[in-house]
Design a protein around this ligand. Sequence first.
Ligand code: XUL
Ligand code: CO
Length: 438
Amino acid sequence: MSDFFADIPKITYQGPDAESRMAYRYYDKNKKVLGKTMEEHLRMAICYWHTFCWDGFDIFGGGTFNRPWHKVTDAKEAADAKLDDAFTFFTKMDLPYFCFHDVDVMAPVETPQEHIAELGRMVDQIGDRIEKTGVQLLWGTANLFSHPRYMAGGATNPDADVVAFAGLQVRECLNATHKLGGSNYVLWGGREGYDTLLNTDLRQERDQFGRFLSMVVEHKHKIGFKGDILIEPKPHEPTKNQYDRDVATVHGMLTEFGLQNEVKVNIEPNHATLAGHSFEHEIEMANALGVFGSIDINRGDPQNGWDTDQFAYDLREVTLVMYYILKAGGFGNGGFNFDAKVRRQSNDAADLFHGHVGGADLLARALLGAADMIEKDELQAFKDARYTGWDKGHGKSLLDGSLSLDQLADVAKNENLTPAPKSGRQEMLENIVNDAVK
Ligand code: XUL
Ligand code: CO
């Protein structure tokens, strides 16, 4: 193990007046809120890729981070060193989960046989760490976008041989996730889309996507994996257009392929905003369609408009999101995965802690605010009043299908209905939300 994190203590709850910045001010993992501990509500996870794989490079310059595991020259020893330091970080943060892509944890390899052997070698080590530390796996995922073979897609690649390689990666990673006791398996289709329609057969690629996803679901049942299969919607980047662009689109595709009861969504705020939606829109859409699964918590930058994957810090937004999550019954297998990276200039070990401490405290504060909102639940009371009348009369018969358009029109005519417009009270409702932000 390197001494990279040696100067930093284990992060503990010290309350809002804590002197140290290396402390939780709000995330008190054992504190009960609405009958569950904060740890149980939030199910927070640290992601492997941003925090341990990225070395700080961007398209204009090389890595700035100088992590010790990136300096190890032998590729397998580098993967081992990274794993050592990753579990030290997980343990010091005292958060319950982590997430990884297959290639995040392995030495780079080329052939299918090498892939199976090297992933297997690392999965054995990860299993030992999980047993020793108690840190658990929220989800695993296969990276079908970084290797040049995937430049034209993973499951939607025009070359069936590439799709076979993708199948191998997904089988191995789903098996690994199952073996490691993971709660979910995620598919983010980074290159499942197109760069130009000029070379793309949309119908063909959509069929490939649907059949591949069905195969993943069939395999889940074959091996007895009890967790959820999750699609992570994103509209574009790196592609011009990604097929699973947002929650509603994903639900449409799932329905087309008969998978709407088998697959849920992993929602990411920065992907929501790229799709032109708010974070809370995507959560409420998933709740409405019955496919809410998990969250990759982060934020974009409102001015520059790409997937900046910054740590979330808008308490109002996250409080409202938390309210919607609690209203829908909270997480089942899902959780909050910090799919967020410190900025390229935040190049110290300490910065990794500040990012995650801030993220955890933000979620904890949002949980407290949302719990308050639920106790009084003025928003629900307003909504209930706004939708009265649908459980009786023509409202009821419209919804249950027993009313035709003719009959509906006759209700208006015969009863001489001249309903007055009723205020939507948006400003009052916004005031209620703001009052909950503490
Ligand atoms: C990319 C993204 C991924 C997925 C996992 O935008 O969010 O990191 O979460 O592949
Ligand atoms: Co993500």
